[in-house]
Design a protein. Structure first.
Length: 142
């Protein structure tokens, strides 16, 4: 599931040659996400290291390394909401053991995001990936 969604995003990025169009596409991906209920906007779900406010709420089905990973997320910045949607497409539905070893940097490099995001946004993206891996690691060990 996640692989297919991410591949669709990557194909759309290839089709959209202009970075303004790609930014608009990322923002549209964020707009399409369901908003996160205010009850989940708490310090425990907040991702530190992001310039914007970012919350990630993990959803783990099953136990151990074969448990399935997903999450819900939100941000107060539209472009960051879109980046959360991209990460969701990359990770959702994968076993937690796979989440830990997935080359997110390589996958995101296919989109060219790091070349076109500010340093703060790139740091925030790395912080989100770090939180996702951390949560998946804890779930795999359970």
């Amino acid at each position: 599931m996640a692989e297919t969604e991410f591949e669709e995003i990557a194909e759309n990025f290839e089709f959209l040659e202009d970075w303004e169009d790609r930014y608009r596409y990322v923002i549209e991906l964020g707009r399409a996400m369901d908003p996160l209920d205010d009850a989940f906007r708490v310090p425990a779900t907040k991702v530190e290291g992001c310039a914007s406010q970012v919350w990630l709420v993990p959803e783990i089905e099953g136990e151990g390394p074969e448990a399935t990973f997903s999450f819900r997320g939100d941000s107060d910045a539209m472009i960051v909401r879109g980046l959360i949607a991209v990460l969701h497409a990359l990770y959702a539905g994968r076993p937690v053991r796979e989440v830990q070893t997935l080359d997110a940097g390589g996958a995101l490099a296919r989109l060219g995001l790091h070349d076109h995001l500010s340093a703060q946004r790139s740091n925030g993206l790395r912080a989100m990936v770090g939180r996702i891996r951390e949560v998946a690691g804890r779930a795999a060990a359970a």
